[in-house]
Design a protein around this ligand. Sequence first.
Ligand code: AMP
Ligand code: GLY
Length: 429
Amino acid sequence: MTESVLLVGGGGREHAIARALADSAADLYACAGNRNPGIADLAEAFETLDTTTPPAVVSFAEDVGATLAVIGPEAALEAGVADALDDAGIYTFGPQAEEARIETDKGFQRRFMAEHDIPGCPDFEEFRDTEAACEYIDEYDGDLAVKPAGLTGGKGVRVIGDQVTAAEAKEYIRESGYDRVVLEERLVGEEFTIQGFVANGQLRVTPAVQDHKRAYEGDVGPNTGGMGSYSDASLELPFMVREEYTDAVDIMEAVVDALDGYKGVLYGQFMLTADGIKVVEFNARFGDPEAMNTLPVLTTDFLDVVTAARDGDDLPKLSFRKQATVCKYAVPDGYPTDPDAGAKVTIDEDSAGDALLFYASVDERDDGIYTTTSRSYAVVGVAGSITEAEEIAEDALQRAGTEGLRVRHDIGKPDLVQQRIDHMAELRE
Ligand code: AMP
Ligand code: GLY
């Protein structure tokens, strides 16, 4: 039987998932709030709908006879789209809302780690009372990270001593109106991501990736959803050793053991510090951009993982091409604070040369492609080394066109990678 898979979401991450599913023998259907031309091209049918409204997603899934579903974005998970599809008898690779709290509620995430003795948890406190939070900042010996408990698209955290002063952090808490904030020990080191497939109590992990959250070159400016990312030809990254990668995987194993009935992707965001691996956060889905580094080098059939998950079988062992990847996003001018949405852009997909091009949060209309408030498209170079992959990605950006868009050209360049290596060497001294 050919599986009919419904993919939920219309970003670069979902275009990468769509490509992986299109390489499998599945009929692909997709829905998203924006019409992503790359996904629409691969799908038998594409519906524009609100992916945080479960009945709308279920109705489309039933219309197209979906036998499976894969959910990309966290907002759909939080809204209970996986619950609704599961209830309708359509197995969904993505956790139900209760399990997705590992991402959608940062207070829950830290309490879960503490209760289950998961290693790598920083000192933390959760506050409902704004003034009590401000007092804690005054009294805490050291810097803190201020985190709204709910989803903020990766843009809500403020780190004292890095992005803001203590006074600015207090002003942020007082003015933002979040009903709960988590204050936690500031972690210093180099960040990396590991994404794992989880089902039936099993975890299958992928190579480490480093994302770049800050908007501008040199790691300055506001946090974004991620401006680009790289992975190496091995499991670890150039600033770390294999044992540090496996320490992080052990933490993910401990999480999977403590979770009950979790299915979908578990994303671990780690900080490699002078004292070893600490957990920045967990997410309940693939990373965006990190999925675009990982899925193109996955040689195991993606659909085989999802069907094994559904059928209660052992998940297949994963294999990867031993190649480095560099992903760079082109984003609307002004992103993330004041994005120029609704601008018509020209993206020449066929000119990407040796790179892969993934459409992201753009909207295809009758007369062309328009920006939204989020990232527009990404290119990914895949090669024997990070340096070669970076050159391929840059070449593709030149050809595909970036007029009206902005790119962090420093991502994956030898200078920036070397800075990461030097930073870790300094911290280890
Ligand atoms: P999150 O929304 O939790 O992914 O956080 C966004 C970014 O804030 C992370 O990628 C880190 O760069 C930073 N961050 C979050 N928590 C901490 C922490 N405890 N210490 C230092 N930086 C942090
Ligand atoms: N790239 C960060 C995220 O997907 O959360």
